[in-house]
Ligand binder design. Structure first.
Ligand code: SF4
Length: 488
């Protein structure tokens, strides 16, 4: 049985996307395309993956496995078990609390049998009223088999009186609060839905006579599909032999796409909002340089996610760019069997300083975010050990002071450095010569909102920076989470 991927040395010091979804209809052996798509979305979740397919002769079939897509969904023997022209898939990253404790029954897609036929469903995001819904459903007789939010949707669909599966799904999703991009399938239809605020991404592509739905465009590229458009916030698309039908089943609301997708989650070769994520990250670096200049000799990225912003910072400031830190790409799972001694080596297993470049230099390090600050501290020590004269951190996102409840793994608020410290205190804590973050307005400008952030109605979800949650996290409030007071 494939092993679980090992804990990454940075796992507790980055926000992590918890899922990626992909679906294909109208091609032969759709599951093979889904496996490739999931492979391209592996950065959104490495713990486990699943594929459900439908074949007119063989009905529904599924495979769910722990571990990487490349280790589980590449053998002919496995892929032959999921035949047919229609398939959906999912990759997941476990939440902090459940890391390593997920049961295979929690791995999506989920399947439900209804009077009008079966349906499978997978989602990226988080249902913020899932606990309340689950309690209510259990009181009314539903029997849950997993701890996943998606199962709530299946049970709500089972209780609906809708005449078709898309009708039942619409009704179920109207009861759900939170951030969700859903990819689902019946025997003949591929269905995609984005929540009314469009917090999580979902795109539509065309492949031959068929169609694909994906969390990101980079996964369309890998299967040779043409990117058609983003699914709109609150939109439901139902795709079959006749083409794509679009509905808007929810009350229209202003869009609140996750601004952190631009900063970190999405792959730099994906397209978001009509622009490549790479270009946006370079623009973030330029804005960061305008807002926070410093006299120095080199601009170095913290690899890999800091790279485009570091290039932008260098271009704007005129300070030379250099690969001062090299990432070891091949730190495999066998090597990192986490004995205590190896764990303590932490960041050094993953990154090494290019001493010849760094020695005697004043170095600007560009990173995408500071979460707990543990990695930043270790990187700074490595740079100083290599003989740097000064270390200046420049961060391509504002201080992360609030947890995300919309499908992103974040430490509790008291573990977030910015929740209890000012910028100056963080610089002191990390013992660096300076530490500066891009402003929230600067980030909005860099992602294409040239007037900056609209305070009355922000154009994006930015709750992890601002504490202003566009969907009330009601389950978390029940568990004692305190929202930011309105006047703060
Ligand atoms: S809270 Fe942050 S990470 Fe979560 S959806 Fe909003 S912007 Fe994205």
């Amino acid at each position: 049985m494939p092993q679980m991927p090992p804990a990454h040395p940075f796992d507790d010091d980055k926000l992590r996307e918890e899922c990626g979804v992909f679906g294909v209809v109208g091609v032969q052996d759709a599951a093979n395309f889904v496996a490739l798509g999931l492979h391209a979305l592996q950065h959104r979740g490495q713990e486990a993956g699943g594929i459900v397919s439908h074949d007119p002769a063989e009905g529904f079939n599924s495979v769910r496995r722990f571990g990487y897509v490349r280790d589980n969904f590449t053998s002919q023997d496995v892929m032959a078990t999921v035949p047919g022209p229609l398939a959906i898939g999912h990759v997941r990253y476990s939440t902090a609390g459940s890391k390593g404790q997920t049961a295979i029954r929690d791995v999506q897609p989920f399947f439900g049998e209804f009077a009008m036929g079966g349906a499978a469903i997978a989602h990226n995001g988080n249902i913020t009223n899932a606990n309340a819904l689950r309690r209510e459903l259990i009181e009314r007789g539903s029997i849950f088999q997993s701890s996943s939010d998606s199962e709530c949707i299946i049970h709500l669909m089972a209780r609906s009186m809708g005449r078709s599966i898309p009708d039942r799904m619409e009704e179920a999703l109207r009861k759900v609060e939170g951030a969700f991009s859903v990819v689902a399938m019946t025997r003949t239809k591929l269905i995609g839905v984005r929540d009314p605020l469009g917090v999580r991404p979902l795109v539509l592509g065309k492949i031959g006579d068929g169609y694909a739905l994906s969390s990101e465009t980079c996964a369309l590229d890998i299967i040779g599909a043409e990117f058609i458009r983003e699914i709109k916030p609150g939109e439901m698309v139902v795709i079959n032999d006749e083409g794509v039908q679009s509905h808007f089943p929810f009350r229209p609301q202003p869009s609140k796409f996750c601004i952190f997708e631009h900063v970190y989650f999405s792959r730099p070769d994906s397209i978001l909002g009509g622009r490549s994520v790479y270009e946006t990250r370079e623009a973030i670096g330029r804005e960061l340089a305008k807002e926070n200049p410093v006299d120095a000799d080199l601009v170095c990225p913290v690899p890999d996610s800091g790279t485009p912003a570091a290039i932008g910072y260098s271009l704007e400031s005129g300070i030379p760019y250099a690969m001062g830190i090299i990432r070891n790409q091949y730190m495999g799972r066998t090597f990192i069997e986490p004995t205590e001694q190896i764990r303590n080596m932490g960041v050094r297993l993953k990154l090494n300083v290019n001493r010849a470049l760094i020695e005697g230099k004043r170095v600007i390090l560009v990173d995408d975010s500071v979460v707990r600050g543990t990695t930043s501290r270790k990187i700074k020590e490595m740079i100083l050990d290599a003989g740097a004269k000064e270390v200046h951190f420049r961060i391509a996102s504002p201080p992360t002071a609030w947890p995300c409840f919309y499908g992103v793994d974040t430490p509790d608020r008291d573990k977030l450095l910015a929740a209890s410290m000012s910028e100056e205190q963080m610089a002191e804590h990390l013992a660096v010569d300076s530490l500066k973050f891009i402003s929230l307005d600067g980030l909005y400008r860099a992602v294409g909102q040239f007037q900056g952030r609209d305070k009355a109605c922000p154009q994006y979800c930015d709750a992890c920076f601002s504490g202003e949650y566009p969907v009330t996290p009601s389950d978390m409030i029940d568990r004692g989470f305190e929202m930011k007071p309105a006047a703060e």
